[in-house]
Write a new protein. Structure first.
Length: 485
């Protein structure tokens, strides 16, 4: 009985709010929950971990102030919830005002620009304005991570002058740009498909391209991300970088060696004083110290990459798959089981098991293919194609082997269902784009990012109003729900 009355109460509360204000309220609540919930979960896990480890500090003394700080922080003006409300509420209010003006003129129609086009333009312009000013609101919040202090001469001596950089909202902007491109390309491709099918000219190659689009987006995005993780990790968000490191379970000394080979600090056949980097690993994994010396070992044996598993590259890939599957399954299964508690049943429980196993197999295959791709380029295929001379060995280990692993790993997404492949592709694409742009740039160029965000958001919101099915995935469903008055 309580479960049935809950939706009615929520509905009655929403009906008490004027329809024009409902989108703003929904978006604010969603923004508040999305920004505070992860922090609350992290706080809870840290507190429980401290209690298990019997740390002297009282958990309550640390928990309550942190809890209040998180809950209060989400209410600040320059935070994500206010941004969401300003974006959605501003666009709907401006659109309602502009369409009311059009209606007051007596439903004006133009010969070359009809009423429907005017309403569409009103929606687009309204969203553009709201997106511009809502992002500027987020950008106005100062962050110490984006401020450098430069020495400057003054009459009293040398002082430090603060210089503010932009880039705090880059991830959000790239997300909007990715979604807008997906909408536009998807619409153009759908129109092409309709014409080709009607004319009986739709080929098997075009059908295959449609099927593999999401998988290709995921694979290419992961290639960029994994390349950046090895060579330019500062181009990835710190939390994302940390998660990849945890999943990959790689020795940091191996990453250091790969970077030094890439940038010419460590060279085969030449003494550069870098042998100690990998010799420490050799000692820890009971391998001969000569394995880590670039003068004596050309190339480094794959046993170092295997980190104690043995000589066989295939055995190492299999062991990686098993370890990664167990690690992922222990994470996915509890989360999926929690979701089944809302409406528990045997069917939902079985689905939770299958979904957890499939996602764990996907992640295990991703990691195994990444490592095996590296070994293929280093020992199986690369030397047969490029040769075994010292310069060629240097070339393989300075980028080709990593590129091979990057190219292979993302295709593990084919294990997932079609719907899941779509969501994963749209999830990683903005992060891949972020590796191509600096995470900080000069403040004077911030208007370019704001313009890109405003145009992209206008495209997506207009499409939600005109062709809602074109905005794919969870975002499309969410926007349709939020934007409905």
């Amino acid at each position: 009985m309580a479960a049935s009355t809950q939706p009615r109460r929520t509905k009655s509360l929403e009906q008490a709010i004027p329809p024009i204000l409902r989108p703003a309220l929904r978006s604010y609540l969603l923004g508040y929950l999305s920004s505070t919930t992860p922090r609350l979960l992290t706080l809870l896990l840290i507190t429980l971990s401290r209690r298990r480890k019997n740390i002297d500090e009282k958990p309550v003394d640390a928990f309550l102030p942190s809890l209040v700080r998180i809950l209060r922080g989400g209410l600040e003006l320059q935070r994500f919830p206010t941004f969401c409300a300003a974006l959605v509420g501003g666009s709907t209010l401006l659109e309602a005002h502009s369409t009311a003006k059009i209606d007051c003129t007596g439903s004006i129609t133009f010969v070359e620009f009809g009423t429907i086009e005017i309403y569409r333009l009103a929606r687009c312009v309204s969203t553009f304005i709201a997106a511009w000013f809502s992002l500027r609101l987020l950008q106005s919040k100062k962050s110490e991570a984006f401020i450098d202090h430069v020495p400057e001469a003054s009459p009293t001596g040398v002082t430090l002058r603060p210089i503010q950089f932009a880039g705090r909202t880059m991830d959000l902007t790239l997300f909007a740009v990715t979604r807008a491109v997906d909408v536009l390309v998807g619409e153009l491709w759908a129109q092409r498909k309709s014409r080709r099918v009607a004319a009986g000219q739709w080929t098997k190659v075009e059908k295959l391209a449609s099927t593999l689009t999401d998988s290709s987006i995921f694979a290419s995005s992961c290639a960029l991300i994994m390349w950046a993780w090895i060579y330019t990790p500062d181009r990835l968000p710190p939390s994302y970088n940390k998660w990849i490191k945890s999943a990959a379970a790689v020795d940091q000394r191996l990453l250091t060696a790969l970077r030094r080979v890439r940038f010419g600090e460590m060279k085969y056949g030449l003494e550069t004083g870098q042998a100690h980097v990998l010799q420490g690993m050799c000692k820890d994994y009971n391998l001969p110290l000569d394995y880590g010396d670039p003068v004596k070992s050309i190339p480094f044996p794959c046993e170092i990459v295997h980190m104690g598993v043995g000589k066989s590259c295939e055995k190492h890939a299999l062991s990686r798959w098993v370890r990664s599957f167990i690690w992922a399954f222990s994470t996915y299964l509890p989360l999926n089981l929690i979701l089944t508690l809302r409406t528990p049943s045997k069917k939902r429980f079985r689905h939770a098991l299958e979904s957890s196993a499939r996602s764990s197999a996907f992640l295990g295959t991703f990691i195994a293919l990444y490592y095996y791709g590296i070994c293929l380029a280093r020992t199986r295929v690369g030397p047969r194609i490029l040769g075994t001379s010292i310069p060629r060995r240097q070339q393989i280990d300075s980028g080709i082997c990593i590129g091979s692993g990057c190219a292979f790993c993302g295709w593990s997404v084919l294990i997932e269902t079609a719907g899941r492949r779509k969501e994963l592709g749209l999830f990683v694409a903005p992060r891949a784009l972020a590796t191509l742009f600096p995470r900080r740039y000069i403040w004077e160029n911030q208007w370019r990012e704001t313009l890109a965000f405003a145009v992209s958001t206008a495209v997506v919101f207009t499409c939600v109003g005109e062709r809602p099915e074109r905005v794919r995935g969870v975002l499309g469903k969410l926007l349709r729900k939020v934007l409905t008055a």
